[in-house]
Design a protein around this ligand. Structure first.
Ligand code: ADP
Length: 231
C-alpha cells in the first residue's frame, strides 16, 4: 500500500426525483482510496452503496461534490474521452457478471483488449484466464461454466487493461461460500501482485476480514463505525 490517493471523493450528494419528492440517497460522502489498498464499504440493502460505486466509477454523476481519479476530474471530460479514461483506469466486477453469452471465456476477455487496439489481445487474454485459474475453460461459453467460474472470467475481463482501480459491487452475491472464498483469495492475490486498489461494496459482513479498511454506509452517510453490531 502507498500514500498515493488513486481515487478521491469529496462531499458526494446524489438525489433522485421520485414523483414530486426528491430522494437524497447520498448525503455528502467523502472517501480516499490509496494505491494498493483493499477497502470495503458495508451497509444494508438500500443504503446507497451501488449509487456511490456508480459515481466513483464515473458511470453516474453526483448531484453535488467532486470525484478525482489519478488527479483527474473525470466529469470534466467529454463522453468519448470519459469512456476511454474509464476503461484505462477502472475495472468493474458486478454481482451479475454481464458476460456476453454467445462469446467464449477467451473472447469475453479479449473484447476490451481488442476495443483498445491491443495487438497481442489473444495472448494477454489467455494469460489473464490462466491467472484466475481458468486455463482449461477458455473455450467454454458462460452457460457451460459455473457461477464461480463466470465470476472469475469477469474478474479477468475487468483486469484486461491493467486498471489501477478495481470496483466491485456485491461480487460474491451469487456465489456459495467455497466460491466466495476463492474469489476473495483471487482479489487478494491480484492486489498483492499488481498493487491494484480494490473497493468493494457489499452487505456481506464475511468479506470484512479480507479488507485492509472497512467503512459503513447507512442512510447515505459514510462512517468508520457500524450503526449497530447486527448490521
Ligand atoms: P444499495 O446498493 O445499498 O442496496 P442503492 O444505491 O441501490 O442501494 O439504492 C439506494 C436508494 O436509492 C434506494 O432507495 C433506491 O431505490 C434509490 N435509487 C437508486 N437508483 C435510483 C434511481 N435511478 N432513481 C430513483 N431512486 C433510485
Amino acid at each position: 500500500m502507498s500514500d498515493e490517493v488513486v481515487l478521491q471523493a469529496r462531499g458526494i450528494v446524489r438525489e433522485f426525483q421520485s414523483g414530486t419528492e426528491v430522494l437524497r440517497v447520498l448525503k455528502g460522502v467523502s472517501l480516499d482510496l490509496h494505491q494498493g489498498e483493499i477497502v470495503g464499504i458495508f451497509g444494508p440493502s438500500g443504503a446507497g452503496k451501488s449509487t456511490l460505486l456508480h459515481i466513483l466509477g464515473t458511470l453516474d454523476r453526483p448531484t453535488e461534490g467532486q470525484v478525482q481519479i489519478l488527479g483527474q476530474n473525470p466529469f470534466d471530460l467529454n463522453d468519448p474521452e470519459l469512456s476511454r479514461f474509464r476503461s484505462e483506469t477502472i475495472g468493474f466486477v458486478f454481482q451479475f457478471h454481464h458476460l456476453f453469452p454467445e462469446l467464449t471465456a477467451l473472447e469475453n476477455v479479449m473484447l476490451p483488449l481488442m476495443l483498445q487496439g491491443v495487438p497481442d489481445a489473444r495472448a494477454r487474454a489467455e494469460a489473464l484466464l490462466e491467472e484466475v485459474g481458468l486455463q482449461d475453460r477458455m473455450h467454454h461459453r458462460p452457460s457451460e461454466l459455473s457461477g464461480g467460474e463466470n465470476q472469475r472470467v469477469a474478474v479477468a475481463r475487468a483486469l484486461a487493461n491493467e486498471p489501477p482501480i478495481l470496483l466491485a459491487d456485491e461480487p460474491t452475491g451469487n456465489l456459495d461460500s467455497a466460491n466466495e472464498e476463492r474469489l476473495l483469495a483471487l482479489f487478494q492475490a491480484l492486489n498483492e501482485r499488481h498493487g491494484t486498489a480494490i473497493l468493494i461494496v457489499s452487505h456481506n459482513r464475511r468479506i470484512q476480514t479480507f479488507c485492509h479498511r472497512v467503512l459503513y454506509l447507512k442512510d447515505g452517510v459514510l462512517s468508520h463505525e457500524p450503526e449497530n453490531r447486527s448490521l
